[in-house]
Design a binder for this molecule. Structure first.
Ligand code: AMP
Length: 224
């Protein structure tokens, strides 16, 4: 019953959307789609799209609705999304949310379930500036809250951990500002549509994951 659904992870940068979306994707066997990750890959590969998005991403600004909606639509049309998917970092503006609503309707899917991971803004800066990622397996660490066993080295494969290009202080401030101005209004957008559920994100990732899993199963059962 879960499988026909579109799940959206929503929250400020640093709320843990990527970590939680990854865990749920493994648990429920549906793809985790991160527009940020797709854009970073395009930047790495220096595709025309990556070149168009690079400067805005590195300064912490949002990329245009046109670019992001285009890559999201293309990704959601792939066969592995047929039974459901998890969006992480999309939509981020009212324009993108309207676009997604139309797309889901065209694809004959039900309403999305939006999982809002709530985290106090004072915690976010430390979460973002302490973030380190393994370039090989994608595991995310935090040097303050969840450090690797050996400084700056992945526990799983021993690779040197990397810092995201937009995890510097100025870019973090810009990303938090963009969230407040452009993305936070989506909370009301989805509340009015009764598509939003909330989870307290300022806890250990496993606790948050267990609440999300329960919540998603319950919501899906009630709409089945
Ligand atoms: P994320 O990995 O989700 O934090 O995204 C990293 C960066 O990619 C953001 O700061 C934006 O520059 C860009 N980006 C990702 N998703 C979107 C989106 N839905 N709309 C606009 N820009 C986005």
């Amino acid at each position: 019953m879960l499988k026909a659904h579109a799940l959206i992870f929503f929250g400020p940068p640093g709320a843990g959307k990527g970590t939680q979306a990854h865990a749920l994707s493994v648990a429920f066997g549906i793809p985790h789609i991160s527009t940020g990750e797709m854009l970073r890959e395009a930047v790495r590969l220096e595709t025309p799209l990556g070149l168009a998005a690079k400067d805005r991403m590195e300064s912490g600004e949002l990329v245009s609705d046109e670019i992001v909606s285009g890559i999201a639509a293309e990704r959601l049309a792939r066969p592995d999304c047929e039974d459901g998917f998890i969006l992480d970092g999309f939509p981020r503006t009212i324009g993108q949310a309207d676009f997604l609503e139309r797309l889901l309707r065209e694809q004959g899917r039900g309403d999305p379930l939006v999982i809002y991971i709530r985290v106090a803004s004072c915690v976010l800066m430390k979460r973002l500036s302490g973030r380190r990622t393994c370039p090989i397996c994608g595991t995310i660490y935090n040097i303050y809250f969840e450090p690797p066993r050996v400084d700056e080295v992945c526990d799983i494969d021993g690779a040197a951990l990397t810092v995201r290009a937009d995890d510097g202080e100025a870019a973090i401030r810009q990303r938090l500002d963009s969230y407040e101005m452009m993305t936070r209004p989506l909370l009301d957008y989805y509340k009015v549509r009764q598509q939003l559920v909330e989870v307290e994100g300022d806890r250990a990732p496993a606790e948050v994951a267990s609440d999300i899993s329960e919540l998603v199963s319950r919501e899906m059962a009630s709409t089945a």
